[in-house]
Ligand binder design. Structure first.
Ligand SMILES: CC(C)(COP(=O)(O)OP(=O)(O)OC[C@H]1O[C@@H](n2cnc3c(N)ncnc32)[C@H](O)[C@@H]1OP(=O)(O)O)[C@@H](O)C(=O)NCCC(=O)NCCS
Length: 243
């Protein structure tokens, strides 16, 4: 089947004026009401600001331990994006904020050294880092579109899900499915396995798709997912509104 590049009724708008993170933030206002979800993205292809300007001393120590150049850029880009998102969500200065990873790697937001109520999530892929800050547990995932997710589909998807991805095409469809399951896994505790999440509905949305999943707790969870031809992005916030 021929691969389609852009999706949803607002696809043209998405391609021409609205980057993925902005599209997801717009969608979130309707899909996750009251969550105040704020998204920010950092492009990693161009130079990042001096880390001394946005990392706290503990974070600067952590940065020293990261030797891979690629990992440093992704980690820094994620920190920049998440602090910008959280500062906008709370209405404070980004310099007051720090991120502490929990034992399992989950990012926790600190303000003045104390854990904040605001929940955050971070993701990076190739030249893009994105983050969300919201009033409820949230998960975000970005992935450069490639044939790999479709090739590895049996590791993370169920056979019955393939039919729902048909209108999108395999390459983008499986990349979006991967992102949506990762976004859910980052937000739900305990973290579910990929095969414990089943895509049961997929509907076109103004800027992308709504992907509805049944979860081990049997509660249906809806993600927003979109693709711009290069990247796919999915967002889940634990406050669910009408479709
Ligand atoms: C966490 C996980 C979902 C990350 O997904 P990924 O596609 O590899 O990478 P992404 O770029 O999308 O996300 C990375 C970010 O996820 C966040 N993250 C890491 N672990 C996480 C967790 N358990 N829950 C939520 N978010 C997590 C981090 O902020 C990380 O970015 P950072 O290291 O720069 O801060 C994936 O690696 C995974 O499933 N890990 C297994 C986690 C687990 O079982 N840990 C148990 C160890 S005790």
């Amino acid at each position: 089947m021929k691969e389609k590049r852009f999706y949803g009724a607002g696809a043209r708008k998405l391609r021409s004026v609205m980057p993925l993170a902005a599209a997801a933030e717009q969608a979130a206002a309707r899909l996750f009401p009251g969550s105040g979800a704020v998204l920010r993205a950092t492009g990693l292809a161009s130079p990042l600001p001096d880390p001394a300007g946005f990392l706290c001393p503990t974070e600067r120590l952590r940065l020293k331990d990261i030797t891979s150049l690629k990992r440093r850029r992704q980690w820094l880009g994620g920190r920049l994006a998440v602090k910008r998102a959280a500062a906008a969500h709370i209405g404070c200065d980004a310099a007051e904020l720090a991120i502490r990873p929990e034992e399992d790697g989950r990012p926790v937001l600190l303000r003045g050294g104390k854990a904040e109520k605001t929940c955050v999530s971070i993701s990076h892929s190739h030249d893009m880092a994105v983050a969300v800050a919201a009033a409820a547990p949230c998960g975000i995932d970005v992935e450069r579109i490639s044939p790999r997710p479709a090739r590895l589909a049996e590791r993370f998807s169920l056979p019955q899900e393939s039919r729902l991805l048909e209108p999108v095409g395999d390459e983008t469809g499986y990349t979006m499915l991967w992102c949506a399951k990762e976004a859910l896994r980052k937000a739900i505790r305990p973290m579910p396995g990929f095969l414990g999440l089943e895509l049961c509905r997929m509907e076109a949305h103004e800027y992308g798709y709504i992907m509805a999943f049944s979860t081990p707790a049997t509660r249906e969870c809806r993600c927003f997912a979109a693709a711009d031809g290069t990247y796919a992005l999915a967002l889940f916030v634990g406050v669910q509104g009408p479709m």
